[in-house]
Design a binder for this molecule. Structure first.
Ligand code: CAA
Length: 261
């Protein structure tokens, strides 16, 4: 695999690609070159026939401590505007069709929290440290935090967190519905994230991609349009081989052998 400066890539199990943010000296602060590498690695996993699902993680101490404050500090309005600063961060929400699981331990602040929320599903440790502290720096969340946090936990809580910059724990993230599950230790987090990824990698890639697509559509569409969109995609899956294989295997009490087509 390629060698990067700020990230590591691996394939911990068949079908499972992993990107580990690896800029320990800055607690994985998300500088522009890091984001560039992240996008490249995610695009490679997305394009690979060997990959069904992607894990995005950091270290035990930090998922990511936010955008790189030192890089950002001198930016002018016109530079930020004309270079569309931060826009490339969301490529993972538009280009990657395979599910991305965020495994969050330690700090997930500002852009780190936002990056975790861009993923399709979030697992964390009980003591993970989430927050949108931008107000303390004289600015606001800039990578979707005000929108995704509000969608996930509701307006009142999101408003409180964003106006105060206060952190919240992994336990709270799970209680409020931002995290799917939380774990008492880092090892348990990584072990259970891998198990989840293996489960997903055991299904038809076609069905898995469609599951991701329809659930994410619910964030953008009203209920009526969303249900209609889902039904169209559901209908289209009758055109896949794996739907026939899956349902035949059920009737014959056998394990399906997916063709991923
Ligand atoms: N950008 C740049 N460098 C950062 C950083 C960041 N977001 N977060 C941490 N670092 C650097 C520190 O400057 C320090 O570097 P030096 O050793 O060269 O001084 C190193 O990482 C270790 O950090 P600390 O010594 O501060 O570690 P700590 O354990 O005492 O504190 C922390 C950890 C509470 C996370 C603290 O580092 C912190 O508050 N970081 C900033 C968090 C933040 O405000 N994030 C939001 C950024 S704005 C944003 O993200 C905008 C957006 O919406 C896109």
């Amino acid at each position: 695999s390629k060698s990067y400066e700020y990230i590591l890539t691996s394939t911990p199990k068949p079908g499972v690609g992993q990107v580990t943010l690896n800029r320990p000296k800055a607690l994985n602060a998300l500088c522009t070159p890091l984001i560039k590498e992240l996008n490249e690695a995610l695009n490679d996993f997305n394009a690979s026939d060997e990959t069904s699902v992607i894990i995005l993680t950091g270290s035990q101490k930090a998922f990511a401590a936010g955008a790189d404050i030192k890089e950002m500090a001198p930016l002018t309005f016109s530079e930020a505007y004309t270079k569309a600063f931060i826009e490339s961060w969301s490529l993972l929400t538009t280009q990657v069709k395979k599910p991305i699981i965020a495994a969050v331990s330690g700090h997930a602040l500002g852009g780190g929290c936002e990056l975790a929320m861009m993923c399709d599903l979030l697992y964390c440790t009980d003591t993970a440290n989430f927050g949108q502290p931008e107000v303390k720096l004289g600015t606001i969340p800039g990578a979707g935090g005000s929108q995704r946090l509000t969608h996930a936990i509701g307006k009142s809580k999101a408003m409180e967190l964003i106006l105060t910059g206060k952190s919240f724990s992994g336990v709270e993230a799970e209680k409020w519905g931002l995290a799917a599950r939380t774990f008492p230790t880092y090892d348990a987090l990584m072990e259970e994230t891998l198990k989840l990824a293996e489960t997903i990698a055991g299904y038809s890639k076609v069905a898995v991609q469609a599951c991701k697509e329809v659930v994410n559509k619910s964030q953008d569409l009203g209920l009526r349009d969303g249900v209609e969109f889902e039904r169209r995609v559901f209908h289209s899956l009758f055109g896949s081989q794996d739907q026939k294989i899956g349902m035949k295997a059920f009737a014959e009490k056998k394990k399906p052998e997916w063709t991923h087509s």
